[in-house]
Write a protein that binds this ligand. Structure first.
Ligand SMILES: NC(=O)c1ccc[n+]([C@@H]2O[C@H](COP(=O)([O-])OP(=O)(O)OC[C@H]3O[C@@H](n4cnc5c(N)ncnc54)[C@H](O)[C@@H]3O)[C@@H](O)[C@H]2O)c1
Length: 334
């Protein structure tokens, strides 16, 4: 039986689209059938590097002229909404970059469009699909689920969220959303992310444009408690997370590459346990192997007619949590 091939296109051929081009090229069930960028130089480069493939400056012409199954929209968040709505209106599948819009309201509009479409949508919250994250999550679930999750997402001063980067919301929403979403994912059950039910946010911005600083404690519907620390305008780009379950702790270093420190505790008598580091390599095979990614997952979902793990509807919750943390919300979340 021959492998079904789906025709894929990329709209928005900037820096981050390179990852999408690579994942599409590595997925044998996809074929790159078109590219689009408003910027003629970027478009010409994409056609040259990833072609031969037709290139368009106007995404409507791409959608009119090329027979497509799935469209990756990799523009800045402020430019996503009309494109995603049009793609879904045409009944095509769509991969939506993070953040999925400028606000949770825009994400909700996209989710509504998906509900009325034949097409499915994945939000490309790629930390969820890191094999190491999936393997840790699986171990946590074998121990009854997370009791505590935490994430750090720090960077020096960046221009996201300023007029220098058109179409970008505040850094927490545009960027640190990765780890806001990661605590939801690590705290979740089955292949569902946990729903935040209450937040205590503390915001202490500095004096420069994007010196945005957040500390937040989140209570999830699964019973897990989450902590998010995200500070811009500090000394270095650091991305870490941790998750704890009964007799299990995992510390994830995601700054460059991915390393996991694992510890398990066993009965030590007299009502105590003793913890040890786990020296065995993390087993990635049960979660799809070391080259699993969101594009492979979404291709499976399209071909098997099922929902991906990061839907637009679910991303509305992550966006609302980002907004609550950014505004220093204290209390229940609806
Ligand atoms: N997952 C990650 O780790 C990660 C990392 C970096 C960026 N991103 C996300 O990827 C997205 C793109 O980031 P980037 O750094 O590549 O941005 P970028 O500005 O370099 O590229 C975006 C491209 O979209 C094009 N574009 C905008 N509107 C368009 C339209 N209507 N039609 C056609 N093309 C259009 C622009 O011309 C530009 O070339 C952002 O949403 C960002 O948040 C994700």
């Amino acid at each position: 039986m021959s492998t079904p091939r789906l025709n894929a296109a990329v709209i928005g051929c900037g820096g981050h689209a390179q990852g999408h081009f690579r994942m599409i090229a590595e997925e044998p069930r996809l074929r790159l059938a078109g590219v689009c960028d408003l910027d003629p130089e970027r478009l010409a480069r994409a056609v040259e590097e990833h072609g031969p493939v037709p290139g368009f400056q106007d995404y409507r012409r791409l959608l009119d002229e090329v027979e497509l199954d799935v469209v990756h929209v990799v523009t800045m968040p402020g430019h996503l909404l009309p494109i995603v709505l049009e793609v879904l209106d045409r009944g095509l599948h769509v991969s939506v970059e993070k953040s999925p819009g400028m606000t949770s309201e825009e994400t909700r509009q996209m989710a509504e469009a998906e509900a009325a479409s034949k097409g499915r949508a994945i939000v490309s919250l790629n930390r969820r699909y890191f094999p190491e994250v999936l393997a840790v999550r699986r171990l946590v679930q074998e121990r009854g689920g997370a009791v505590h999750v935490a994430a750090t997402y720090n960077k020096p001063l960046i221009r996201i969220g300023t007029p220098d980067v058109p179409g970008s919301p505040d850094p927490l929403i545009c960027d640190a959303i990765h780890h806001v979403d990661l605590i939801r994912w690590l705290a979740g059950q089955g292949m569902t992310a946990a729903r935040p039910v209450a937040v205590h946010g503390e915001v202490a911005d500095g004096g420069r444009a994007t010196d945005h600083r957040h500390n937040a404690v989140v209570r999830f519907d699964t019973g897990a408690i989450g902590v998010l620390m995200s500070h811009y305008g500090v000394g270095f780009r650091i991305q870490r997370a941790e998750v704890h379950a009964d007799d299990l702790s995992a510390y994830l270093e995601l700054t460059r590459g991915r390393q996991v420190e694992l510890y398990t505790a066993a009965d030590a008598g007299e009502g105590m346990t003793r913890g040890e580091p786990v020296t065995d390599e993390l087993d990635l095979e049960p979660v799809g192997g070391s080259d699993f990614d969101e594009v492979r997952h979404f291709t499976d979902c399209i071909l098997e007619d099922r929902q991906p793990w990061s839907t637009l509807e679910d991303a509305v919750l992550t966006m609302r949590l980002c907004e609550a943390i950014r505004t220093g919300h204290r209390g229940p979340l609806s």
